[in-house]
Design a protein around this ligand. Sequence first.
Ligand code: NI
Length: 200
Amino acid sequence: MGLLFVNMPKNRACNGLVSLFPYDRNAMAILPILTAPDKRLKQKSLPVEKVDDTIRTLMDDMLETMYAANGIGLAAPQVGVLKQVIVVDIGDEQAKQMHTPLRLANPKIVRMEGMLPWREGCLSVPDQVAEVVRSAVIEIRALDQYNQPLHLEATELLAVCLQHEIDHLHGTLFIDHLSALKRSIILQKLKKKAAEEKEK
Ligand code: NI
């Protein structure tokens, strides 16, 4: 417990990056990440009809964006695209066995078990962390980047990360799991920071 899932070591983003991508890296783009309280982060994303080249490009751009920001997961609404697409790369053994990085469309949790408190952060809630209680074991159905059905079970950080990203697709941020008081304190901090950055 108590592991953060933001602020990964800076050099992590570079490790083996080229080999992770079966597509043309030069064609990829780093997208701007929306931050709370942007209203788009509170909207529900629509299911993807088919994982085609457009969706695959989105997945690759999201991964590029996530690595550049030292994140371990990113959901399409965070880059302003209201589609049910997430990418995850927690870079550990459990994840490697599952052919990470994971590029998932229409992910659905079909089973959840137990409870697992975890200190979470989010690229859309910069520099803020708080403990959220998640399910300890989850089972997911989704489409992979080749439009094939995918079924996986996850525990620990991978389970936490997947629940966090799937939440984004329903317009839910990790701070929405906190008390109203804690949430408003975090949002005030973000607003203050945004105002300070504007003045610069
Ligand atoms: Ni997030």
